[in-house]
Design a protein around this ligand. Structure first.
Ligand SMILES: C[S@@+](CC[C@H](N)C(=O)[O-])C[C@H]1O[C@@H](n2cnc3c(N)ncnc32)[C@H](O)[C@@H]1O
Length: 286
């Protein structure tokens, strides 16, 4: 048997055109993520990194492994953690959060709990930012600061587990105003920050593939954030997903998408928010 150290150092062959095609097709069918020729190197690097970890030497064997049975499903999930771009930050796009705050202050008038959803939440920064924003808006409206809940979903199990842990390095908090950081995060002895319990307990993380929205028991949302996810999908799929998200909004609910992630999309029940800095839509009230 070959020593693991020697195997780990051995360079793996490039994907052949046929192998590239097979992997492209499999990944897109299962996740929607498009690996065009431009992202070929990334696909190959992600595959080889994972193949080294599990000790598989050729793409064909690994393909058979991830497409067979329950063990294949588990391995697929580990591969997903490598294939997805998980970059994120607290309050990543400030105008979108300002729009969220304004919307929530209005929505609070209904005096009922507010439901929010972060779609493609990665390691949780977006979901916790939404929670902090909701807590602020409710407080401004003189209401119970805990009168909201955030559902946060992603395809990557490792991202979700980091999100649930709720501990972040200081550099990830740069856009979080110091006052909010002091109020909603707890500095740890090692210099990291932990989300305060009253925020953490309002956020629920769950695995959900956006291609499987039809079976997801989520509806009546007051706010849906879907940012920096659709850019990896084909145009027709972006529209398809947005149509499905639109159906999950409560009357008067707000859908916030990443600026430039979709162009020309309209939905009969939604009206675009008149704000050049954000790409957001509101569901008609009746
Ligand atoms: C770049 S991050 C965006 C995080 C956050 N929304 C933000 O804007 O900062 C994209 C996330 O989408 C997730 N993702 C990719 N494909 C997905 C799919 N088919 N279903 C659900 N999540 C997916 C990835 O795992 C990753 O965490």
């Amino acid at each position: 048997m070959q020593a693991v150290g020697a195997w780990a150092l051995k360079p793996l062959a490039d994907l052949t055109p046929a192998e590239f095609h097979d992997w492209q097709t499999l990944v897109e069918e299962r996740t929607g993520l498009v690996f065009s020729e431009r992202r070929r190197v990334l696909l190959q690097a992600s595959l080889t990194a994972r193949m080294r970890e599990v000790g598989v030497e050729d793409y064909g064997s690994y393909y058979r492994q991830v497409t067979s049975g329950v063990r294949g499903a588990v391995e697929w999930s580990a591969l997903m953690d490598r294939l997805t771009v998980q970059e994120t930050r607290f309050f990543r796009h400030l105008p979108s959060f300002q729009c969220l705050h304004d919307h929530l202050v209005e929505a609070c008038r209904a005096r009922r709990p507010v439901s929010l959803w972060s779609v493609g939440c990665s390691t949780g920064e977006e979901a916790y930012s939404m929670a902090i924003c909701a807590s602020q808006a409710l407080s401004h409206a003189g209401m119970d600061e805990a009168g909201y809940g955030v559902t946060a979903t992603d395809i990557s199990l490792s991202a979700l587990s980091r999100a649930r842990a709720g501990v972040f390095a200081e550099h990830r908090l740069v856009q979080l105003p110091a006052e909010l950081r002091e109020r909603h995060l707890l500095r740890q002895p090692d210099g990291h920050y932990r989300i305060a319990p009253e925020i953490a307990e309002r956020v629920c993380f769950a695995r959900l593939n956006v291609l499987e929205l039809a079976g997801a028991p989520i509806s009546g949302m007051d706010v849906i954030f879907c940012q920096n996810l659709l850019i990896y999908f084909r145009r027709w799929r972006r529209r398809d997903i947005l149509n499905r998200l639109a159906e999950r909004l409560a009357p008067g609910g707000l859908l916030v998408v990443g600026v430039g992630e979709v162009s020309g999309w309209r939905h009969p029940d939604l009206v675009p928010v008149a704000n050049d800095e954000v790409l957001a839509f509101m569901r008609k009230s009746v």
